[in-house]
Design a protein around this ligand. Sequence first.
Ligand SMILES: Cc1cc2nc3c(=O)[nH]c(=O)nc-3n(C[C@H](O)[C@H](O)[C@H](O)COP(=O)(O)OP(=O)(O)OC[C@H]3O[C@@H](n4cnc5c(N)ncnc54)[C@H](O)[C@@H]3O)c2cc1C
Length: 427
Amino acid sequence: MQRSDYPESYYSASAHLLAAQPPLRGSTHSEVVVVGAGICGLTTALELRQRGYEVSLIEAKRVGWGASGRSGGQILTSYACEMEPLKAQLGDKAARHLWEMSLEAVQLVRQHIAQHQIDCDWYEGSLTAAIKPRQVNSLREWQHSLEQEYQYPHLRFYQGDEMAQVINSQRYLAIVEDKLAGHLHPLNYTLGLAKAALAAGVKIYEQSPVDRLERGARPRIHCGEASISCDHLVLCGNAYLGWLVPELARKIMPVGTYIVATEVLGEERLRALLPGYHSVADTNFVLDYFRPTGDHRLLFGGRVSYSGIQPPDLASGLRRRMLKVFPSLEDAKIEHAWGGMVDITVNRAPHFGRLGQDNIYFAQGFSGHGMALTNLAGKVMAEAIAGSSERLDVFARLKHLDFPGGPWLRTPALVLGMLYYRLRDLL
Ligand SMILES: Cc1cc2nc3c(=O)[nH]c(=O)nc-3n(C[C@H](O)[C@H](O)[C@H](O)COP(=O)(O)OP(=O)(O)OC[C@H]3O[C@@H](n4cnc5c(N)ncnc54)[C@H](O)[C@@H]3O)c2cc1C
């Protein structure tokens, strides 16, 4: 097993690597086939195996090669779109159900770490930071609505001198701490899930890109000459699935987002900046997100690319943004820089459901907020396959628009749309 099978990153350099799994060969059958070995595919496979199903998991590259192994690692409650648009579409009762499932998603991460003894540098607590006065009001309103409407007890508001208890930066005007949320090493978490799945009897095939899908009573997927049929197919390829299933591709826009990791700074230096070792995200639309690591570096993420092409000045651009938050890191070397694709939907609500006949399931559209929610997506799809689809159906009722313009023209359309939000961030 080679580290070079993964894109260069702090995560691949510090991964607890998994032995290579064989590629799919010949023509075969499995009760369930799952495509994509990120967190979503792995939790689906594990949940189904634990219910007694025979499960084969097919991965184009290596386990955790996609977003799950590159992410900022922030394990967050709620949804990328927050609760209002969900309530507007589905009403109070369903919105409450969705809120509770988002909390369950975070608890599932904690549960998986404990149950499978996953060594992934878990830390509790995350901060949401306001940069502009109008964002302070929005932050207060957001906290108020979660406390009043959803009786969520884990938030704390900080302003003025109090903020130094959790962050030492002049950039922010106010902070809300979420004590239930947290952060972890996402590739080691994903590899830990894969070890648990293998131990439970899931068959994992790596280096097996699915290039064709036959639908019908027994769907069959093809990886070049090899193929596998199944009774239930679950698509968890997300932003990396490309145009394999056009009706899914039209609902999401893959957007590049990027991270740098400093050299090891030491715990004392990092605690002077982030005393509680929280993860942090600001409330801009194109946001900065950062956190300390288990070996005491700062990981700093942000910037976006709608073309998916990595910006040429990636490390220096992100370093500039990091210094706006923590000017004292002027001398800190950047040792790693990498990026990955997030799967944005038009309304930034998650897109889960079934295709045509009831035997093909999918979950995508986590919109940059999938580290916890993918765990829940896997669980609700497994429940549906096992005969209880009530929870998947709540998600499946959410309506999603197509991105206009097809594979080529949708990028300029999105860039124009996003430009509006970037201007709002700047003003
Ligand atoms: C840089 C970055 C930072 C992020 N930060 C955060 C964060 O801090 N908090 C948060 O909540 N979310 C974050 N996200 C988003 C989060 O990582 C994703 O929502 C989540 O990991 C999606 O998991 P997944 O299993 O659905 O997809 P992925 O992890 O992308 O897995 C999909 C897998 O499917 C495979 N695949 C695709 N097509 C095929 C095919 N045809 N055949 C076979 N296999 C295929 C891919 O190779 C891939 O391994 C971030 C994402 C990125 C890229």
